[in-house]
Design a protein around this ligand. Structure first.
Ligand SMILES: Cc1cc2nc3c(=O)[nH]c(=O)nc-3n(C[C@H](O)[C@H](O)[C@H](O)COP(=O)(O)OP(=O)(O)OC[C@H]3O[C@@H](n4cnc5c(N)ncnc54)[C@H](O)[C@@H]3O)c2cc1C
Length: 274
C-alpha cells in the first residue's frame, strides 16, 4: 500500500460518471490507501484546492463524488477523462467499526458517497448495514443502485417531496429503527454514522444521545492544509482541528463543539449561522 503524500501528486481521471445534472463521480487510477470517512485534497492549478470525501477506494482506484456549486467544483465538472488533477492525502480520522456489528448509516447530499465506502468495507467484516438516505426528491438520490448490489444491507429512503420512500426527513426513519431495536424486534444497533447537512447531523446527535446509542459524525469545516498545521478548521470551544482530529468524531466529541449545529467559519474566519 502507498504511503500518504503531502505534496500534490498528479493523477489522471480514469472515468467520469454523471450522477445527476449537478453531481459527477470522478474515478482516479491510484492506490490511495484511504479508509472510510477520510478525505483527499484535490488541486487544480490556478483554480483552487478543496477537500473531498473518499467515496470508494481499493488497490487500483479511488472515487470522489462532487456537487458543482462554485469555482472549484464547476471547474472540476468541466474536466474530461484523462485530465490530470493534483491529489494530496488521504487525510483525517475515518469511521470506526468492528466485525459483525449492526450499523446505521445516515446520509444526506454527497454524504451518501462516503457512507457507501463505509458500507462496502463493513459488509466485508460481516456487518449488517441500514443505509438511510434523505434527498429533496427522487432525482437527487445518490448511490442507491450501487448499495442495492451489496449483500447484508437494507436501504431506507426519505424525500422532501415524497417521490420515493417516506415523505419527510430521514431522521424519522432513524427513530423507527431505534424503537424497533429497543423493543427487541430487530438486532441491537452498535453504531450510527452520519454524513451530510449539519442540521441533519445535529438532529441525529440529539436522537442518539437521548437513546444512549453510539454515533460518529463527519463534521466538515472550511479546510486548507488538510494536515493540522494552518488551524483554519479549528472549532469553538475545544479548538480541535477537524482535518486532523476529525472530520469523523464521536457524538461525545461533537456535543462538546459549541458551534456544532449553530455556525461555521469561512476562509477568513467570518461566522456564518446554519
Ligand atoms: C472533509 C470534507 C469533505 C468534503 N467532501 C465533499 C464531497 O465528497 N463532495 C463535494 O461535492 N464536496 C465536498 N466537500 C466540500 C468541498 O470541499 C467544497 O467546499 C465544495 O466543492 C465547494 O467549493 P467551490 O470552490 O466549488 O465553491 P465555493 O463557492 O468556493 O464554496 C461553496 C461553499 O462550500 C464551502 N467550502 C468552500 N471551500 C471549502 C473548503 N476548503 N473546506 C470546506 N468547505 C468549503 C463553503 O461553505 C462555501 O460557502 C467537502 C468538504 C470537507 C471539509
Amino acid at each position: 500500500m502507498k504511503t500518504k503524500f503531502d505534496i500534490p501528486k498528479t493523477v489522471p481521471i480514469k472515468k467520469i460518471i454523471v450522477e445527476t445534472p449537478f453531481v459527477k463521480t470522478f474515478i482516479f487510477e491510484y492506490e490511495l490507501g484511504a479508509r472510510p470517512g477520510q478525505f483527499v485534497n484535490l488541486w487544480l492549478p490556478g483554480v483552487d484546492e478543496k477537500p473531498m470525501s473518499v467515496a470508494y477506494c481499493d488497490e487500483k482506484e479511488f472515487w470522489v463524488t462532487m456537487f458543482a456549486v462554485g469555482p472549484f467544483s464547476k471547474a472540476m465538472h468541466e474536466l474530461k477523462e484523462g485530465d490530470l488533477v493534483g491529489v494530496r492525502g488521504p487525510y483525517g480520522k475515518g469511521f470506526s467499526f468492528e466485525k459483525d456489528w449492526r450499523l446505521v448509516g445516515m446520509g444526506g447530499g454527497y454524504g451518501a458517497a462516503p457512507l457507501y465506502f463505509l458500507t462496502v468495507e463493513a459488509v466485508k467484516l460481516g456487518c449488517h448495514v441500514d443505509f438511510v438516505v434523505g434527498a429533496r426528491g427522487k432525482e437527487h438520490l445518490l448511490y442507491i443502485d450501487r448499495v442495492k448490489k451489496l449483500k447484508n444491507v437494507d436501504i431506507h429512503i426519505a424525500t422532501d417531496d415524497g417521490s420515493v420512500g417516506i415523505k419527510g426527513y430521514n431522521t424519522v426513519i432513524l427513530q423507527q429503527l431505534i424503537e424497533e431495536a429497543k423493543s427487541g424486534s430487530s438486532k441491537k444497533i452498535d453504531m450510527v454514522y452520519a454524513c451530510g447537512p449539519e442540521m441533519m447531523m445535529k438532529t441525529i446527535s440529539n436522537i442518539c444521545f437521548e437513546h444512549g446509542i453510539n454515533a460518529e459524525l463527519s463534521v466538515e469545516r472550511y479546510m486548507k492544509c488538510g494536515f493540522g498545521v494552518c488551524g483554519q478548521c479549528s472549532v469553538d470551544d475545544s479548538g480541535i482541528r477537524m482535518c486532523k482530529e476529525g472530520p469523523v468524531v464521536s457524538n461525545e466529541v461533537a456535543r462538546k463543539i459549541t458551534e456544532f449545529g449553530r455556525y461555521h467559519r469561512d476562509s477568513v474566519g467570518r461566522v456564518h449561522e446554519f
